[in-house]
Design a protein around this ligand. Structure first.
Ligand code: UT7
Length: 313
């Protein structure tokens, strides 16, 4: 029986910064309002000539190096993104070529902010089936490209970035790796958060806020139940970084103490499918996440889609 272990992690955060003070010059808002309502002070923003594939490529290279593998070892590339460089072909195809992979399967998954978790769930299934040994799983988005910087209800939230895992097959029973994944969709709320054709993000913020808290709380509790774990078994909760108040509410409903919750939103904002792998990589780099730790990941996004994963690193 094969299992999926996280062999390597990497991320790339573009250097550009958009602060609350910058936004005060662009729309009618204030640093105080944004910090109080969202917890965000600054956002990472890609340079004009940096596309999603550029961010994804750098994150992927770092994850491969961390795993001690080369592009030739990969059997599949999965990229969660809602902002591919072009409607087609895929970002995954660009990575296949730029990384120098064999002519392997390369697929983008358009699952909004749950893109990374959906890609991870798919990778886990391919690895458990024995079909693949090493898969590159990327979450990458350039939300600044589809943000309306005259709309103060959305432009305060969004940002750019990429994060990646390399996941590998293991038959070692002491390496449980990915223990559980679950993703869900409900199209009833399709127009509560969507991109206008060829345009920018439209959102019913209040409605999405409530749906997000309910969905992430439910999926987190279900995942604990499915694996027979309790919060005491969890070292870290990494929720999708949409709003600090959403993160706090989910942690409170699930009774996760604040010190176990990883949050990057203050300095990075919401870069969609990249938030979870970036938060994972940063907390690993600063020494909080260690090998052997048990993590719960949870996300939601436009669709509505939501899901979670429980893994031992
Ligand atoms: O990855 C998923 C993406 N989306 C999300 O997760 C978003 C979820 N929703 C949210 O994060 C929050 O709903 C927002 C941050 C978008 C808004 O916060 P809120 O506490 O739900 O505020 P609200 O929409 O209830 O608006 C309260 C007031 C309104 O004024 P009135 O009607 O009370 O006079 C807004 O017009 O705040 C006003 N407002 C602002 N004021 C200053 C809305 N945006 C701003 C702003 N600056 N940027």
């Amino acid at each position: 029986m094969y299992k999926t272990r996280i062999a390597g992690v990497g991320s790339y955060i573009p250097e550009g910064r958009l602060t609350n003070h910058d936004l005060e010059q662009m729309v009618e808002t204030s640093d105080d309002w944004i910090v109080t309502r969202t917890g965000i002070s600054a956002r990472s923003i890609a340079a004009p000539d940096q596309y999603t594939s550029d961010l994804a490529f750098l994150a992927a290279q770092r994850a491969l190096a961390d795993a001690g593998l080369t592009a030739e070892d990969l059997d599949m590339i999965l990229v969660g993104t809602e902002t591919p460089d072009h409607p087609f072909p895929s970002v995954a195809c660009q990575l296949q070529h730029r990384l120098g992979c064999r002519a392997i399967s390369a697929v983008d998954l358009h699952v909004t902010c749950v893109g990374f978790l959906s890609a991870l769930e798919t990778a886990d299934a391919f690895i458990r089936s024995g079909k693949c040994r090493h898969i590159l799983v990327v979450g990458a988005d350039n939300l600044s490209r589809i943000t309306d910087y005259t709309d103060r209800t959305t432009c305060i939230l969004f940002s750019d970035g990429a994060g990646a895992f390399v996941v590998s097959q293991t038959a070692d029973p002491s390496h449980p790796g990915i223990l559980h994944t679950a993703t869900h969709a409900n199209g009833e709320h399709y127009f509560s958060l969507y991109q206008e054709r060829g345009g920018s993000i439209k959102m019913d913020g209040r409605k999405i806020f409530k749906l997000a808290v309910t969905a992430m709380t439910e999926t987190t509790k279900q995942t604990l139940e499915a694996t027979g774990k309790t919060i005491a078994d969890i070292d870290w909760l990494i929720p999708h970084q949409a709003n600090q108040r959403i993160i706090d509410a989910v942690a409170e409903h699930c009774e996760v103490p604040n010190e176990k919750v990883i949050s990057t939103i203050k300095y990075l904002g919401n870069n969609s499918s990249a938030t979870i792998p970036i938060a994972f990589d940063l907390a690993r780099q600063d020494g909080r996440i260690k090998r052997g730790d048990t993590l719960l990941l949870t996300a939601f996004g436009g669709g509505l889609v939501w899901g979670s994963a429980l893994l031992q690193f």
